[in-house]
Ligand binder design. Sequence first.
Ligand SMILES: [Ca+2]
Length: 160
Amino acid sequence: MGGLPVLAGARKNSSVLTPVLAALQLIVPALKPRIRNGDGRPEIVIVNMNRTPSLLHNRSRGGNFLNVAVTGTKSNRSGIGARIIVTAGGRKRVSEVMSGGSYYSSNSLVSHFGLGSISTVDQLEIRWPSGLVQKWSALAVNQKLTATEGVEELKRIPQP
Ligand SMILES: [Ca+2]
């Protein structure tokens, strides 16, 4: 792999991951057919100091999922601090949009919810930093939704 350790899979739609994957695909064209973003199996990219990046390729079988991106209007545009609550299969899953993780690390601004064999999301709730709370119900799985603060309609992007 020409100095690029591929340890485990990758996808294209993450705002953080996309530029890194584009760079990786320029470096190692052989990776291009194998790296797919938004397939419900997230990858991890490690940007090593003074060395080539490492890609942790997710080769798991995967299951159903929902990816949620947010755009603030009254709150900050990136939606940092928004709390996303997904209720499905009798359980609640919570994610909070954060700008960073630990030292020299960053998280995707798109929240990923793994749902296994669950085929419908009962409810999606977003609690915006401004205090606004929005809810949607009966949503399909295996798609990326983009919610804009204060806008009732969700932008839907089917995923491969
Ligand atoms: Ca993937």
